[in-house]
Design a protein around this ligand. Structure first.
Ligand code: ADP
Ligand code: MG
Length: 350
């Protein structure tokens, strides 16, 4: 059994089943993200783990002990919410020390632990301030310190970065991961932001309508999505219609270009299927080898700085691809006729 083990967890509000047969094992020290669109049940699972919500059925175990029936304050779990969850009338130090005080920790031990936590989050000077005197990023660091101060066995973070500015969000990502690694604390991080989930996690659980669609490393989730939902929700995807010519041999027609996918297809010959290509397997110009070359026109150019995302209209759809900025070469003009090459070994069949 994993350190944190969630078994057949279900939650219904009235007739609405919002969490369905959710199973997950999280290893000690692991950082796992729940990634999914708003309303898919991420917070509900987290609240059941924390003890704020009673499961309809299923079990939650930590180190082999079934904690499903325990009240939240006896679970030894720390939680950080999206925003504004600090006690506004308490100083930073009092906020961080709150859980220790409730647990009956002595004054000296509390003071020393609070000092440690202030160092850990990089705010040793701000202990006397009140939450309204802090930036959003600082408030979330204090919330993290408050959750960690009582030395929980598990840390739960529910979209802790969603309310912050882009720059601070990225620096806090790195800081949360550093602190989590330093402490070796088992963590579940909830987000609807795929970049956050991919960049921070040891493993990602992609959720969809109350179900864990796929669980895997960021690399697996991105490169080998097992459902259409995962493929489309995580990363950008070019969808191309193709006609199956020979299903067993994996031969299809993309427009009028014959393509051999080198693997058997589930569809029947004559059926239409969708092929999906990540932008990075599409390149501008004609490539040799395992590539399908398609003719098209530049339909869109997004200059993002270091990367330029280009959309090319081809037979069967629009293809996005990325090129790196070259300071001496302006991006192509709209309407320019071009060829694009797609590495067909890496096409996903959906
Ligand atoms: P997420 O965190 O992924 O956005 P939630 O877990 O908050 O999703 O919600 C999942 C679904 O459960 C939503 O449809 C939401 O409206 C519903 N829900 C959440 N909490 C309650 C509640 N206390 N009563 C009724 N419905 C709820
Ligand atoms: Mg939520």
């Amino acid at each position: 059994m994993a350190f944190l083990d969630i078994q057949h967890l279900e939650k219904a509000f009235g007739a609405m089943r919002v969490v369905k047969d959710f199973n997950l094992g999280v290893e000690k020290g692991e950082f796992v993200s729940f990634l999914g669109p708003s309303g898919c049940g991420k917070t509900t699972v987290l609240r059941m783990v924390a003890g704020f919500e009673t499961p309809t059925s299923g079990a939650i175990c930590i180190e082999g002990r079934n904690i499903t029936g325990l009240p939240a304050n006896r679970r030894n779990i720390g939680m950080v919410f999206q925003a504004y969850a600090l006690f506004p009338n308490l100083t930073v130090e009092e906020n961080i020390g709150f859980g220790l005080k409730v647990a009956g920790e002595g004054k000296a031990a509390t003071r020393s632990r609070v000092g440690e936590m202030l160092e850990l989050i990089g705010l040793p000077q701000l202990g006397g301030r009140y939450p309204f005197q802090l930036s959003g990023g600082q408030q979330q660091r204090v919330a993290l310190a408050r959750a960690l101060a009582p030395r929980p066995q598990v840390l739960l973070l529910d979209e802790p970065l969603s309310a912050l500015d882009a720059k601070i969000r990225i620096s806090l990502r790195e800081e949360i991961r550093r602190i989590q690694r330093d402490l070796g604390i088992t963590t579940i991080f909830v987000t609807h932001d795929q970049e956050e989930a991919l960049s921070m996690s040891d493993r990602v659980v992609v959720m969809h309508q109350g179900i864990a669609d796929q669980v895997g490393t960021p690399f697996e989730i991105y490169n080998r999505p097992t459902t259409r939902f995962v493929a489309q929700f995580v990363g950008s995807l070019n969808l191309l219609d193709a006609n199956v010519v020979d299903a067993a041999a994996g031969k299809v027609l993309l427009g009028d270009v014959p393509v051999s996918l080198n693997r058997p297809l589930l569809g029947r010959s004559g059926e239409r299927i969708s092929l999906a290509a990540r932008p990075e397997i599409v390149t501008l110009g004609r490539s040799d080898g395992d590539h399908v070359v398609l003719a098209g026109r530049i339909a869109d150019v997004h200059f993002l700085g270091s990367v330029i995302r280009i959309r090319v209209a081809v037979e069967g759809g629009l293809l996005s691809l990325d090129t790196f900025n070259q300071p001496d070469r302006p991006p192509p003009l709209l309407g320019t006729p071009v060829e694009v090459s797609v590495s067909h070994r890496d096409l996903l069949v959906l």
